[in-house]
Design a protein around this ligand. Sequence first.
Ligand SMILES: *[C@@H]1O[C@H](CO)[C@@H](O)[C@H](O)[C@H]1NC(C)=O
Ligand SMILES: *[C@@H]1O[C@H](CO)[C@@H](O)[C@H](O)[C@H]1NC(C)=O
Length: 206
Amino acid sequence: MKRGRLTALCLALSLAASVAAGEQFKVGDEEGWREPDPAHADMYALWAGRTTFRAGDSLYFEYSSEDSVLLVDKRGYYHCNTTNATAAFHDGKTLFPLPAAALLYFISGASGHCPHGQRLIIDVLPPAVAPVPSLPPMAAPPPSLPPVEAPPPSFPPVETPPPSLQLVETPPPSLPPVAAPLPSAADPRPVAAGLASLVMMAVASL
Ligand SMILES: *[C@@H]1O[C@H](CO)[C@@H](O)[C@H](O)[C@H]1NC(C)=O
Ligand SMILES: *[C@@H]1O[C@H](CO)[C@@H](O)[C@H](O)[C@H]1NC(C)=O
């Protein structure tokens, strides 16, 4: 087994273990779960805001014997009303698992504590890591590419004929139409001049 693969396997297993176990957060850190000082009535809101809670994590409440932890609904939270609490704990060391994504509301059941800020909203997010899929078998060969049977595209033989060196029989230069008026017999010189120019042009075009 290659070292890299072993490392990846160990990492995957430890990740799976950490997901299964989740993280445990002590509510209020060193302060624990207590009635806040008047100057720090928002201490639990601040504490929750510093932390990301995910399904699989758990909350740990540590508090005095006079205090308690009540799980209530939104209305119970905002009105500090303990009447409809869905769960109540009084043992001083309460481990509360967060099994699924949800908004959870906790208040203290001690008289006057909740209105002074001993209440907590926890926004539980889905698990960060999806369950580790089963590892593929080690012996799995790499996907074999199908043999390339396609022949290279054959080009039809192009029999380029050699450039035929045909003798270009240049047609005789067509004489430009002589726009000059037909020479009249009465005036021989233009005829001679016209003939001379025709001869010149014919010679020039040869
Ligand atoms: C408690 O529950 C009752 C019955 O469901 C409801 O009428 C009442 O409004 C609730 N009180 C609080 C504070 O949620
Ligand atoms: C809590 O709500 C109930 C009704 O559900 C009400 O009778 C009671 O007076 C409320 N208590 C407080 C402290 O608001």
